[in-house]
Design a protein around this ligand. Structure first.
Ligand code: NI
Length: 176
């Protein structure tokens, strides 16, 4: 396993639609392990393959971060995920993104989604996600379609965040 650098916004790789993963190979298994390690190290609750420059339809998530007593870690790997049902009811969470550090915004999404995906075991899985899991799953699926949480904001707010990120990247480049 290895930690990999996370691509920061703005970057054209974060704006692309990723193609399906044709089969669960050793390469995909290694990538999923790297993604989980990189996500936990960041730390974050979700990470999508294009954030590491891997243009493939998979993401990892674990929203069980020990904030609820007795909650065990639950690393999940979702390959070729799709939403097969979503609730009309919505909820609003303050979202952030490992590709847009230190920037947060309230985003409204369906409060419950049913997802279907291919697991590392080669089997099709289906599950209903609620709460933070539902928000995270939708945020990560958006990454596979080249969409960021700031794309839900108005143009003024989005441009402000993008300008801050350009400054952040310039300053970081100077430090290296
Ligand atoms: Ni993100």
């Amino acid at each position: 396993m290895s930690l990999r650098p996370i691509i920061l916004h703005p970057d054209p790789r974060l704006k692309k639609v990723c193609p399906q993963v044709p089969a669960v190979t050793d390469e995909i298994r290694r990538l999923a392990e790297d993604m989980l390690e990189t996500m936990y190290d960041a730390p974050g609750v979700g990470l999508a393959a294009p954030q590491l420059g891997e243009m493939k339809r998979l993401f990892v998530m674990d929203c069980a971060r020990g904030e609820v007593e007795g909650e065990k870690p639950r690393p999940m790997v979702l390959i070729n995920p799709e939403i097969i049902w979503q609730s009309a009811e919505t909820s609003t969470y303050e979202e952030g993104c490992l590709s847009i550090p230190e920037q947060y915004a309230d985003i409204t999404r369906p409060s419950r989604v049913r997802m279907r995906w291919l697991g590392l075991d080669g089997q099709t899985h289906e599950e209903d996600f609620t709460g933070l899991w539902a928000t995270c799953a939708q945020h990560e699926l958006d990454h596979l379609n080249g969409k960021l949480f700031i794309d839900y904001l108005g143009p003024m707010r989005r441009q402000l965040i993008t300008r801050k990120m350009l400054k952040f990247k310039r300053e970081r480049a100077k430090q290296v």
